[in-house]
Design a binder for this molecule. Structure first.
Ligand code: 3UK
Length: 531
């Protein structure tokens, strides 16, 4: 087998992937397309009017890899990327991989405190960021005792990544890694609020692209992908970058906050065939479609993930647009979707069936496998699973056992094999498809002088989607009311990532607690879940 190649073996019951002993994943995803005659095909189109061909992509990946080496960054060192959806995201991610550095795309909605933690935890050699996030990134650097050696804006005055890219050499040989070597990391939020870095290998993007992208979505060379979920999110990384690159298709990048209007405009302008959203956005788009129209005729299939898609949203979207939304569950640790509905195999309100190539087991409290119809903890096995969490052997040992991954979700599988989501095993919330720790919001509210105690729980909104609700015990209960709720809201919005503020404030006279003083969030949840 030729160096850096991967073969899809279809002889068995399930597809298998065979990797060459020397394997750098930048070769099949980037360089292979030049050999296969796609040099002049446009691979990236952006809302800023940028168009990049496969030849241009390969050239800029090489230049960026050389630029990073020229800075003196050593193989295995991390490059934190706080980068919006743009062509440079591709150059930096793949350039780093091709020279054996570890790119670490990070959520661009976070605040200085979060970035300081991630930069410190990763021990990165460099931080690369879009100028839009300069204020938070600079504040983060100010909080650190040890700063990374390099901190580079993508564009702008002086030495930027763009200027280094244009000055760097264009020839670059891939570093001789293997499919099992560490390749990139993605941070996922933990229930205590500290994010943890999931360490992914060179093979993982191939596995996710082939098992889900090709087998479930049937993605092909003539597809055009548009992911409203951003590239920094494992979901968006697959949708908007990995899957199209795997089959020589193309992608549309939109670099600002996705709203119903901006996503409609992007769809009408760029005519994607595959559209990827999250339930909150589908709900907002449905609302917008009450008063406006959108030509969605280019789209052959819609995908939803990040949190459960209520059957009602699925049905209304189908009635309104004629299009099917495929709900599937994925995770940062597994890289992408491992249980999914399919166009020819679908049950609205469920996550669907296992994606071929993955295995699932549902365990009860005694760690025994449950029978159909009974709920338990969902464990998944598959070749795209992260090797470990960085710097966190205890958490890795608890979550990753004999190749199985504890998803942290409660699920049941029905008689027909469909998986039904029954909630989280921890207190974590998914808001708009993005993790949200109740402890973090509580910590923010406790800072406020008028707040004595607080508990954050998830509550369903009118569309059946979970949002944070605050239960607050005040220093002076007489101050309860709208004006104080507004003040607390402003306080939260100032210090937390924009999606993390409570949507409701309940002033209470007491919070339910255990004998040891731990707040019993489940008691608050059961009171309000069907509101
Ligand atoms: C929840 C879902 C019900 C579930 C992701 C697609 O969401 C992704 O990754 P994260 O690490 O979160 C994982 C957790 O989110 N979840 C995701 N999708 C669904 N719950 N129905 C769903 N369809 O708790 C899971 O454990 O942020 C999604 C692809 C790649 C991803 N990383």
């Amino acid at each position: 087998m030729k160096n850096h190649s991967v073969e899809v073996d279809v002889s068995g019951d399930e597809e298998a992937l065979n990797f060459a002993p020397v394997f750098n994943v930048a070769v099949p995803f980037i360089d292979r397309h030049l050999q296969e005659g796609r040099a002049d095909k446009v691979v990236i189109r952006t809302n800023r009017g940028v168009e990049v061909t496969y030849a241009g992509l390969a050239e800029n990946v090489n230049r960026c890899g050389n630029a990073l080496l020229d800075l003196g960054i050593e193989p295995g060192e991390r490059v934190i990327m706080i980068v919006k959806d743009c062509a440079e995201f591709f150059y930096c991610f793949w350039g780093a991989i091709k020279v054996g550095l570890i790119p670490v795309p990070v959520n661009t909605l976070l605040r200085a405190k979060d970035y300081a933690y991630i930069i410190g935890d990763s021990g990165c050699a460099a931080v690369v960021y879009s100028p839009e996030f300069a204020v938070e990134v600079e504040a983060a650097l100010g909080q650190l005792e040890v700063r990374p050696s390099h901190c580079l804006s993508i564009e702008g005055e002086g030495s930027s990544l763009q200027s280094l890219i244009s000055a760097a050499a264009v020839d670059l040989e891939p570093v001789a890694t293997t499919a099992e070597d560490d390749c990139f990391w993605l941070y996922s939020s933990g229930s205590t609020g500290s994010p943890k870095g999931a360490v992914h290998r060179h093979r993982d993007m191939v596995v996710a692209s082939q098992f889900y992208g090709v087998q479930v979505l049937g993605i092909q060379e003539n597809d055009v992908c548009f992911s409203a979920a951003k590239l920094f999110f494992a979901y968006g990384l697959g949708n908007g970058m990995t899957f199209p690159l795997w089959v020589g298709a193309s992608t549309v990048l939109y670099d600002a906050r996705p709203t119903p209007q901006s996503t409609f405009e992007t769809i009408e302008q760029f005519k994607p065939s595959l559209y990827f959203g999250v339930p909150t956005l589908y709900a907002a788009q449905l609302q917008a479609l009450e008063s406006e129209t959108c030509d969605l005729s280019s789209v052959r299939v819609c995908v939803s993930a990040g949190e459960a898609l209520p059957a009602d949203i699925f049905n209304r979207w189908q009635q309104k647009t004629g299009l099917t939304i495929l709900d599937g569950i994925g995770s940062t640790e597994l890289l992408h979707i491992f249980i999914s509905n399919r166009l020819d195999d679908l049950k609205p309100g469920t996550s669907g069936r296992l994606v071929p190539g993955y295995q699932a087991k549902i365990l009860n409290d005694a760690a025994e496998q449950v029978v159909a119809g009974e709920s338990g903890q969902l464990w998944i096995k598959g070749d795209s699973t992260a090797r470990c969490y960085w710097n966190n052997p205890e958490k890795s040992a608890r979550t990753m056992v004999d190749g199985w991954l504890d998803t942290g979700d409660t699920y049941l599988q029905d008689q027909d094999g469909y998986f039904h989501y029954c909630g989280r095993n921890d207190d974590m919330l998914k808001v708009g498809g993005i993790w949200c720790s109740p402890f973090e919001i509580e910590a923010k509210l406790i800072e406020h002088p008028k707040v004595l105690e607080v508990a954050i729980v998830g509550r369903e909104d009118a569309a059946g989607l979970i949002k944070p609700e605050a239960h607050i015990l005040l220093q002076d209960p007489a101050e309860a009311g709208e004006p104080l709720a507004a003040e607390l809201l402003t306080h939260c919005k100032k210090g937390l990532a924009p999606y993390k503020y409570p949507r409701w404030f309940q002033f209470v006279t007491e919070l339910p607690k255990t004998a040891t003083g731990k707040i019993q969030r489940f008691k608050l949840r059961s009171k309000t879940s069907s509101a």
